[in-house]
Design a protein around this ligand. Sequence first.
Ligand code: CMC
Length: 432
Amino acid sequence: MDQSQANAKVVVDGNTFELPVIIGTEGERGIDISKLRSLTNYVTFDHGFGNTSNCASAITFLDGESGVLRYRGYPIEQLAEQSSFIETAYLLIYGELPNSDQLRHFSESFTEHSMLHEDMKNFFDGYPSTAHPMAILASMVCSLSAYYPGIDMLNPTKEDFDRIVVMLMSKVRTIVAFAHKKSLGQPFVYPRHDLEYIPNFLNMLFSSPTHQYKIYDEVVQALKVLFILHADHEQNCSTSTVRLVGSSWANLYASITAGICALWGPLHGGANEEVIMMLEQMYREGGDVDKYISMAKDKSSRFRLMGFGHRVYKSYDPRAKIIKKSAHDLLKKLGIHDPLLEIAVKLEEKALADPYFIERNLYPNVDFYSGIIYKAIGIPMNMFTVMFAIARLPGWIAHWKEMMESPGAKIGRPRQIYVGMNKRDYVPITKR
Ligand code: CMC
């Protein structure tokens, strides 16, 4: 990050103050307002942080106007096509692509840490079989801190960090698979040392004592692409939450748990589940997409087209472009005809031609087509958001690490503009 020669001038109550301008490596400019209050006694007001950078970050570059997304400088399209999820995770967390020794060591550590402490299996007995997998995931990830060592926050070491990274990524996958088995009332399938990350996960999800799940390359490939595309997205709601919670030096398990909870909301990661619910409802009602487009435009209803719109993208989400193609490819390869894909395509076409959506730059986002892929693989709808969580882990971890290592890091503590009652005296209840 460069400090620009130029300064920004702010005129407050007739007085002019100069504020530094900072420039990112892709030319993004920001006015550093960190001294604004001490200089002027004013704070800024920015509902939903639409215009506020909370940090400088070297992890992911996103240009929402042009539909560009890069991890550590590498275009997302190249990574989705040529990299693996584990390699991309390494890149995000450690900053560079691994060499073959580093990658082998990283992958082997996943195998080493894939089991869950046997006592933690008992936790699953306490949940009803109808429990949402996000509820299970959030509490189980937080509970990992009770069973496994964390990082000494006063004396963090690289070894501790490396161990916790693979432990989290590996065990989260096992927790999600066990949560699925719990919902089916089936015995847990343990991780296997001979399988790679995604096949191992699929095997834990779908095999049983009476059935050996056949792992198709097409399915592994489709899931790999989804995982890579979801792996990071700079300062989104869940990642900012991980940073905010981590800024108090809360341990990594607790910070990630907070991120999982933030992801659950239907305006964020929970949208992938909502999209399929919406498409199914349209299908049941005969595929009348116009009715839903009208509902989405009607400001008197809270209904929104799920999987549409984005805070940052004002053009087609580059992830959605790849996922749409991947959905078509996978269904074709598996010989599946899913009417929901046809409805989704029709809905997209109509929405993109509608002035409401054009004026507001609303395009399909990452969640619009991903559910069609999960559904084709056989993953139940209430598992969609935990799939997102597995994939987003490398991003959350990378941001937590970056924040912890950043020399100027401070506890996150926004200001507010108080709009409540002015001072008044307490009135005893007998006199009210
Ligand atoms: N359907 C109908 N109208 C919409 C939609 C939508 N999906 N999204 C935005 N709008 C309208 C919104 O009503 C507003 O209209 P107006 O200017 O007339 O008040 C305008 O577009 C701007 O929307 P906003 O709510 O100010 O935008 P935001 O940046 O605060 O919200 C969003 C972004 C993603 C929460 C929102 O687009 C949305 O709710 N989309 C549906 C949920 C969804 O798909 N979420 C997944 C996001 S991508 C995955 C992730 O990163 O989490």
